[in-house]
Design a protein around this ligand. Structure first.
Ligand code: BEZ
Ligand code: MG
Length: 538
């Protein structure tokens, strides 16, 4: 075989190998949490391994090396801290001390007791809200979750971590398009920024080429520009759509983000290195508006409102044309937050034209995923936000944006396209027997979860056409065309089984799933049988 054919083949096999390892190593929840029930032994072991695989400077602990992890955690569970330390060395004692605390707290589950006490109007001890792997201090569960001091956001650690994420994101776009994106749209959520102490916020600041400045009381209230020479790249224009929860919890942060944009817009810098300024000046010229209006970049719902409703429209099949979904997103989210040059705050001023203009320049959209518990197809919120904004951009910019997600779960930063993430989620969860068998143990609710995943996947077709045909084909093969499986779903929850069949037919009807007529006939028959069952005909 000629040499270049050989290397080509090797490269392909290596790429395939990497993908298989990625799917294999993907953390997935293998069941639902049952209120009041402590985790099983198996779940506990997996959790401890995850916790032990991250550096924890806050308790002086280094991650246990991957090759020792399985043995070390097993020895720890069987024989305790000292035995485990003998295996891995004295330096890892702090990790095992941490694991011991986690084990003890996992046993003391106060959920039911606390709920009953709360219903009686008693005091419930507070505890931090976070991802268990990122912050094991959330244990024991069953406490009154408290959030965060918004003036502490972004934390120094979150800001430091986010530089690599912003750079990887820009590198990925540049590799695919040969230049930097001039403008990006970011989705910022409240709970995520609580869990990560503001990684999403920090990523936005990095893209703009700014850093937070703390005042004498150590509060993040100000912003400074990172000099272009230090930044080594252009400042990216960033359109931020923040959730209603973010707006409520992070009011000072909303002001900080708006301040960052306005600072950058005023810098005397070459326009090809400062896209914020370039676009703001363009808009002033085009619309004959003032600088204040042209620099609006932080959008959310009207005060007191939450959500985009794009998810409801998709779930209820209440739409004809895709662009309706993007328009709905803008209708719900076109309220501007910030402060003008005279120092007057505006909190939820309707700014539809400003949002249309800002989105019309966007070339890439992005959201940070920060937990293994909830991913792209677990809830309908990712597609309502990231899908919704991407669809809104597509019409206004007259081109579909590149859509990216990051994975700040892994030790290395990983930026994936939306399409790659949907494939990974499908393989790691929806079509993975470990995942769906875990769900099916929960009976009626488990089938509903499977159906939800398929509908949320469909949401990525509707808002971004990001789902391959094979995904729907394999969903049909796995859950409906396998007779034993269909029988189980039918017994446990015929409603969700019926919705699943209908959703697949809708995917075909709307042009997202190209499949032979015989497959559709089979699906229609299954759907009719389920309907008969639901109506009590059989
Ligand atoms: C948030 O934390 O901001 C959020 C939570 C659920 C759905 C959407 C946003
Ligand atoms: Mg397609």
């Amino acid at each position: 075989m000629p040499k270049d054919l050989h290397t080509d083949r090797d490269a392909k096999i290596f790429a395939l190998y990497e993908q298989l390892v990625e799917i294999e190593q993907r953390l997935i929840p293998t069941g639902l949490h049952v209120f009041g029930r402590p985790s099983s032994a198996g779940e506990k072991t997996d959790l401890l391994k995850m916790i032990a695989s991250f550096d924890r400077p806050e308790v002086g602990a280094r991650a246990i090396p991957e090759e020792l992890l399985d043995d070390a955690v097993r020895v720890f569970l069987e024989n305790g801290v000292d035995a485990a330390v003998r295996l891995t060395g004295e330096a890892s004692r702090p990790v095992f001390n941490l694991l011991e605390t986690v084990c003890t707290k996992l046993q003391s589950n106060n959920e039911i007791d606390s709920l009953v006490r709360a219903l009686r109007g008693e005091y419930i001890e507070p505890g931090p809200g976070a991802d268990i792997i990122q912050n094991p201090d959330i244990l024991p569960t069953g406490r009154n979750t408290h959030a965060i001091n918004p003036y502490g956001v972004p934390s120094a650690a979150a800001f430091a971590r986010s530089e690599a994420v912003a750079n990887s994101l820009l590198d990925r776009y540049k590799n695919e398009n040969g230049r930097y994106p001039e403008a990006m749209a970011l989705v910022l959520w409240g709970l995520d920024n609580i869990k990560t102490q503001g990684e999403g916020v920090a990523q936005a600041l990095w893209l703009l080429g700014t850093r937070p400045v703390r005042d004498a009381l150590n509060r993040t209230t100000s912003i400074e520009a990172i000099p272009l020479a230090e930044l080594g790249r252009p400042r990216i224009d960033v359109v931020m759509t923040v959730s209603g929860i973010f707006r409520d919890l992070f009011s000072p942060t909303v002001q900080l983000l708006d301040k960052a944009v306005r600072l950058v817009a005023q810098l005397d810098e070459p326009l090809e290195l400062n896209y914020v300024r370039k676009h703001v000046l363009q808009q002033v010229e085009q619309d004959r508006c003032d600088l204040d209006d042209a620099a609006v970049r932080v959008f959310s719902n009207a005060p007191g409102n939450y959500g985009t409703n794009v998810n409801f429209m998709v779930m209820d099949s209440q739409w004809d044309r895709e662009e309706t979904l993007g328009d709905l997103f803008v209708t719900r989210k076109c309220f501007a937050y910030g402060r003008d040059s005279t120092g007057r705050a505006f909190e939820g001023r309707e700014a539809r034209v400003a949002m249309d203009r800002a989105l019309s320049r966007v070339e890439a959209t992005y959201q940070n995923i920060d937990t293994f518990e909830i991913g792209l197809t677990d809830v309908d919120h990712y597609f309502e936000y990231l899908g919704g904004v991407s669809k809104a951009v597509e019409k206004r910019a007259k081109a579909r944006p590149a859509i990216y997600l990051s994975d700040s779960l892994s030790r290395e930063v990983k930026i994936r396209s939306l399409e790659e993430t949907v494939r990974l989620e499908t393989r790691a969860k929806t079509l993975n027997p470990k995942w769906y068998e875990g769900m099916l143990k929960h009976g009626f609710r488990g089938v509903a979860e499977i159906e939800n995943h398929v509908s949320n996947t469909f949401g990525w077709s509707a808002t971004a056409d990001a789902v391959d045909d094979w995904v729907y084909t394999e969903v049909a093969n796995t859950f409906l065309f396998d007779e034993q499986m269909l029988e189980r779903l039918r017994d446990l929850n015929p409603h969700s089984a019926h919705s699943l069949a209908q959703r697949l037919l809708e995917a075909n009807g709307r042009g997202y799933w190209d499949v032979e007529a015989s497959v559709l006939d089979k699906l229609r028959e299954i759907s009719r049988d389920l309907e008969d069952q639901l109506e009590g005909v059989v």
